[in-house]
Design a binder for this molecule. Structure first.
Ligand SMILES: [Zn+2]
Length: 79
């Protein structure tokens, strides 16, 4: 397991260490998905993958004006 400590700046930003970026396969301009695990008081981050803007499903996606909707949400919206 890799561990680093980073100071948060005045705007809430941190620098993700280069070995973490390399391990996650992300580069400048990519998006990260952040999840707070309250049970363990831990922040998790992973490479963001396209997901439905309504339900966050990651499968059966259709791009609509640069956003993604899953087939289930499209069907529920009746469009
Ligand atoms: Zn959906």
């Amino acid at each position: 397991m890799l561990t680093h400590q980073r100071r948060i700046d005045e705007l809430g930003r941190i620098v993700v260490p280069s070995d973490f970026r390399q391990a996650l396969g992300v580069k400048a301009g990519d998006s990260l998905a952040l999840t707070y695990d309250a049970d363990h008081d831990t922040l998790l981050m992973r490479k963001a993958v396209p997901c439905c803007v309504i339900c966050q499903a990651e499968e059966k996606l259709h791009a609509v004006h640069g956003k993604y909707l899953c087939e289930d949400c499209i069907r529920l919206a009746g469009v």
